[in-house]
Write a protein that binds this ligand. Structure first.
Ligand code: ASP
Ligand code: MG
Length: 415
């Protein structure tokens, strides 16, 4: 069996969903298909949630999501009456939830509401495929993907999930199963999510637990490129890449796969294919246990925008004691440090700016240290750099911090 994952862009319209049907027409293997929310639905649900949580009027967001999905349904189904009953049930239950009082657990509320994106998308696609005779069984991921209750960043319990998967997925009964990426549930059956872009990870865990022969991530680009082809027209496609190297790229912020995706595949030696749903002739990128890190060997450019650089000054030496204090504050605010540099009396840290916690992070740091900061910076990582690539990217740029090791060069740039 194989696992296919379709992301938000691959199901963004009725035409895109019909294109998926074309892909499935040519597939003969048993399949588990993992699907994300349609297009940017998750972002709109996040806005809706914020308003709900802050007791503001959320009608605009709710109506937007409702109408957007209805328009897709109208363009997909010839006979939509029956499906509308199923769809109305989902939106009614969301509406009902939104009309009860919010708890004060933001992360838990987030998972309860934002998970609706995947429920809607998978119901639409599953029913549509059934209506055109691509027979499939819809599965509620909350019944199979079991997690702890670390809402918004839940960890999957592989043992229970494996049991549940085996109970629900029986290829003798159905050839195709369709489920949601990104969502699961805890021991109390409360909905959880795995973190933004987590559908890749769901697909990879399912591939691992069912010992799939392959996982394919269907994207709007035909694989991993050495720079985002949407921004740099001269980007080169990577044909082969090792699991570890793909994980490194994801960690440095390459948007192509979620950083936890490779590990479950590596553990079972399951190849990962990344290919384009728009271009079926082009071969994609294969991630597997190759000896070489990457082929062809080219410098890889990763741009992370919206970075903040904080410099902490202390009257004492920057030592383990200060590191510990600073790290515990970053841990408290669940903020990952992307780059770090120290001198005798200064410690500089670069991280993604998060409007939800930045002020509080500063307050905590200010209580113990003298703090300066710059915002709106870009962190450029060049993996497999050459001096020439560095010169091309950094000339005429104001660099606030730079670092190099054998494989990677990092530049924090003021735009
Ligand atoms: N829909 C979720 C998100 O946009 C999960 C995913 O797409 O992987 O983050
Ligand atoms: Mg998405």
């Amino acid at each position: 069996m194989k696992v296919y994952k379709f992301g938000g862009a691959s199901v963004k319209s009725a035409i895109a969903i019909k294109n998926i049907a074309n892909i499935l027409h040519t597939e003969s293997s048993d399949l588990v298909i993992v699907i994300s929310a349609i297009d940017k639905t998750t972002n709109v649900l996040e806005k809706l949630l914020l308003k709900y949580f802050n007791h503001q009027n959320f009608d605009d967001e709710f109506n937007f999501i409702y109408n957007f999905h209805i328009q897709i349904i109208n363009n997909l189904f010839t006979d939509k009456e029956d499906f509308m009953k199923i769809f109305k049930k989902i939106t009614d239950s969301l509406y009902k939830y939104l009309n009860t009082k919010s708890s004060d657990n933001f992360d838990k509320e987030y998972d309860a509401i934002v998970s609706y994106g995947e429920i809607m998308s998978t119901q639409i696609i599953s029913e549509y495929l059934n209506s055109i005779s691509i027979k499939n069984k819809w599965i509620d991921a909350r019944k199979i993907i079991k997690t702890n209750n670390n809402y918004r960043a839940a960890d999957i319990d592989f043992n229970i999930t494996s049991q549940k998967l085996k109970e629900k997925i029986d290829f003798i009964k159905h050839k195709i199963f369709i489920t949601q990426g990104f969502i699961g549930s805890d021991n109390d059956q409360i909905t959880t999510t795995l973190g933004r872009e987590g559908s890749d990870y769901t697909a990879s865990v399912i591939a691992n637990l069912l010992s799939a022969e392959n996982l394919t991530l269907w994207k709007d680009v035909a694989g991993i490129y050495n720079a985002d082809p949407k921004f740099k027209t001269s980007a080169t496609k990577i044909e082969k890449i090792s699991y570890r190297e793909a994980t490194e790229l994801a960690y440095f912020g390459a948007k192509i796969i979620h950083q936890k995706t490779a590990k479950p595949l590596m553990d079972k030696n399951i190849p990962l294919t990344i290919r384009s749903f728009n271009n079926l002739v082009e071969t994609g990128t294969t991630v597997s246990n190759f000896n070489e890190k990457i082929f062809p060997v080219v410098p890889i450019y990763i741009f992370n925008k919206n970075q903040t650089l904080i410099t902490i000054s202390s009257n004492d030496f920057i030592d383990e004691y200060i590191f510990e204090k600073v790290f515990s504050i970053f841990r408290k605010f669940k903020t990952r440090i992307n780059l770090l540099q120290n001198s005798a009396l200064n410690l500089s840290l670069c991280f993604d700016y998060n409007p939800n916690n930045f002020e509080n992070l500063l307050i905590d740091l200010n209580q113990k240290f003298k703090v300066r900061y710059n915002s709106g910076l870009t962190l450029l990582t060049i993996r497999h750099y050459t001096e020439k690539t560095i010169n091309n990217c950094t000339k005429d740029k104001k660099i606030l911090l730079e670092q190099k090791n054998r494989l990677n060069a990092f530049f924090l740039i003021e735009d």
